[in-house]
Design a protein around this ligand. Structure first.
Ligand code: ADP
Ligand code: MG
Length: 294
């Protein structure tokens, strides 16, 4: 078993009501473990509690009740030192939705250097980290450009480089592709996969795009502040009707398989989350159940 990186047990969070109004419970008794090196997607419609969960992971918000341990640090104890908080935020990076709100410097490489410089990384290590981070997101040739001349996808990749330069163990993407065009989304998703597969970074991708969730190894569906489903993409997208009840869909290829089955076509198999695997299931059915090879 891989080492646990995030351990949540009966984790709850409520926003305080304004002007003496009632508290707003945003997360209710969340219990889950995420292992080191996992690539997890979190799905849920607006207001389900996804961003609240993200903000708890690096203590932008403090748990109201329950246990939350991240990378061995107990965030529910309420008594982290400043050093521990800085260390936590270095280990768990966050990429948010709007790329324009995340870049602080007027030159790309200065932006990437901002975080490590702030925690006192000296030259030449700083140079090495900035160059490496820009290379790994494919933005080396833009090092001396001004961020406001870049596309949305390029800006998000610079923001990601700034986090990579901090040498994080985990990166949380909170709808980081929502404002991007299809090309920008593709660039960022490829970067996310590479960081997970090649650098072993634990990835939590919060999204409401089903096709994006299908790219993860595991999908957690949050609804109304609770965990509704937790499984592989194929396991989660097999439950189309239950997802529909909470206003979510399945990827189009999975929807196609569900509808053909409803129409009486006996399609065997469970690999319904990706176009490639759906095509194989359909091809096998059309061939009359004969094996694809031999
Ligand atoms: P999601 O990211 O899934 O859209 P959020 O975590 O942002 O959901 O919000 C979860 C719930 O908490 C919603 O009901 C939302 O209205 C409420 N909420 C979020 N932020 C605040 C806040 N700052 N003050 C009060 N309520 C909030
Ligand atoms: Mg959100």
């Amino acid at each position: 078993m891989a080492e646990t990186f995030i351990h949540a047990e009966n984790l709850s969070f409520s926003y305080q009501g304004s002007n003496g109004g009632d508290d707003v419970p945003a997360l209710k008794n969340i219990t889950l473990d995420i292992s080191k090196g996992e690539y997890v997607a979190i799905l849920g419609h607006n207001g389900s509690g996804k961003s609240t969960f993200a903000k708890l992971l690096n203590l932008i918000l403090e748990p109201t009740a329950g246990t939350l341990i991240v990378g061995g640090t107990d965030l529910s104890s309420g008594d982290l030192s400043d050093e521990e908080l800085i260390a936590l935020r270095r280990r768990v990076g966050m990429v948010f939705q709007n790329p324009d709100n995340q870049l602080v410097a007027t030159i790309v490489e200065d932006d990437v250097a901002f975080g490590p410089e702030n925690i006192g990384v000296p030259m030449p290590e700083l140079r090495h980290r900035v160059d490496g981070a820009l290379a790994s997101v494919g933005m080396s040739e833009y090092a001396d450009r001004e961020p406001h001349h870049l596309s949305g996808g390029q800006k998000q990749r610079v923001a990601i480089a700034g986090i990579i330069a901090m040498r994080p163990e985990c990166i949380v993407f909170d709808e980081s592709t929502a404002m991007l065009d299809p090309l920008g989304r593709r660039e960022v998703l490829d970067t996310i996969r590479m960081l997970n597969r090649e650098n072993g970074i634990t990835v939590i991708n919060i999204t409401h795009y089903m096709n994006e969730a299908a790219l993860a190894d595991r999908v957690i569906v949050i609804n109304d502040g609770t965990v509704l489903m937790d499984g592989t993409p194929d396991e989660v997208f097999a439950q189309r009707d239950r997802l529909r009840e909470v206003g979510l869909e399945v990827p189009q290829c999975a929807e196609l398989i569900h509808r053909l089955r409803e129409a009486g076509i006996p399609i065997e198999g469970t690999a319904i989350s990706h176009v490639e695997s759906c095509a194989e299931l359909l091809a096998a059915t059309l061939r009359g159940g004969e094996p694809a090879h031999g």
